[in-house]
Design a protein around this ligand. Sequence first.
Ligand SMILES: Nc1ncnc2c1ncn2[C@@H]1O[C@H](COP(=O)(O)OP(=O)(O)OP(=O)(O)O)[C@@H](O)[C@H]1O
Length: 309
Amino acid sequence: MIKIENLVKRYGNIVALDHFNLEIEEGEIFGLLGPNGSGKTTAINCMLALLKYDRGSIRIMGREMTPDNYDVKRQIGIVMQDVAVFDELNVHDNIDYFCSLYIKDKNKRKELVEDAIRFVGLEDYRKTYPKKLSGGLLRRLNIACGIAHKPRLIILDEPTVAVDPQSRNKILEGICELNRQGSTIVYTSHYMEEVEQICTRIAIMDHGRSIAVGTKEELKSMIKTGETVTIEAVILDQEDLTDIGNLPHVFDVRYEEQRLIVRCTGAKHNLIHILGILQEKDIPFGRVFSELPTLNDVFLEITGKQLRN
Ligand SMILES: Nc1ncnc2c1ncn2[C@@H]1O[C@H](COP(=O)(O)OP(=O)(O)OP(=O)(O)O)[C@@H](O)[C@H]1O
C-alpha cells in the first residue's frame, strides 16, 4: 500500500526526515509513534505530496506519489492534526462539502454523509455550527469530513490530541471499524497506549528515522527489559542497592525520591527475589508494582530517553 525509501527532508538546516524508510501493507492499522518533533507530520505531508522532499521515493498503491496524482489522492482520506472545517457550514453541510470533492452522485453522497454522521456519533448535532461544538465533538466532525467518501487509505495525524476520554474512545473504536470495513489506516500519535491498543504494526520514530518496526510483541522482544518492578516509600542505602543490583536477571536499578525502580530480564520470581532482600534486611516499604514492558521501554532502551516528555 505504501513504500517509502530513503526519504530525506530538510527545513533549512533542520533535517526533519533522515533516510526514512517505511512499508505498510494493505489492511493494516499502522502506527507511527514518536516524540514531538520526530518527523511524523513531515512524513505524512510528504506521503500526500503536500511537501517537496530532498531525496528518496514514495510509492502509494503501487504508484509514485506526485502532487497531480489525483487517481491515488481520490482514494486517500486525510485527518490532519489541526481541525480544518468551515465555520459557516453546519455539521451536515461540512461533511457533505468534503464528500462532494470526491463523490458527485447526490444520492450516493446522501447515504455516505449519513453513514459518516452515525459513525462519529454526531446524530444530535447535524444542524450545529462548528463554533458551538466542544473540542472532542469538533475533532469527530474533522474525522467525519476526512473519511465520508470511504477511502481505501486513511491517514490520521494525532486525531485525539486534547480530546475528552469519551470522544477519544469513540474515535479509536471508529478507526478499528473503518479498518474492518476495508480501509488501511496510518495513525500517528505520541500516545503509546493508543498505538498499543489499536495498531497491528508500529514504527517508532526518532530524529526523522524509523528506529524500530514490528508488532508490539516483536518490538518488546527486541529489548532486554522483561519486567519493571517499582517499590514506593522505601528507604535504602548504597549497600542495599548493590545487593539488589547483584540479583540474577536484574540489569538496571534506579532509586529516586524513595522510589526503587528495578528493570529485569524476563524471568520468574524477580519480584519475590527483590522483596526477599527487603524482608531479610527488615526494610519497610509502601506500594509495589510489577509491569510488563511498554513501548516506552522499547524507546528508552533504544534511544536512552523517554518517549513522553
Ligand atoms: N515548516 C517548518 N519549518 C521549519 N522546521 C520545521 C517545519 N515543520 C517542522 N519542522 C521541524 O522538523 C522537525 C520534525 O517536525 P514534525 O512536525 O514533522 O514532527 P512531529 O513528529 O510531527 O511532531 P509533533 O508530534 O509535535 O507533531 C522538527 O524539528 C520541527 O521543528
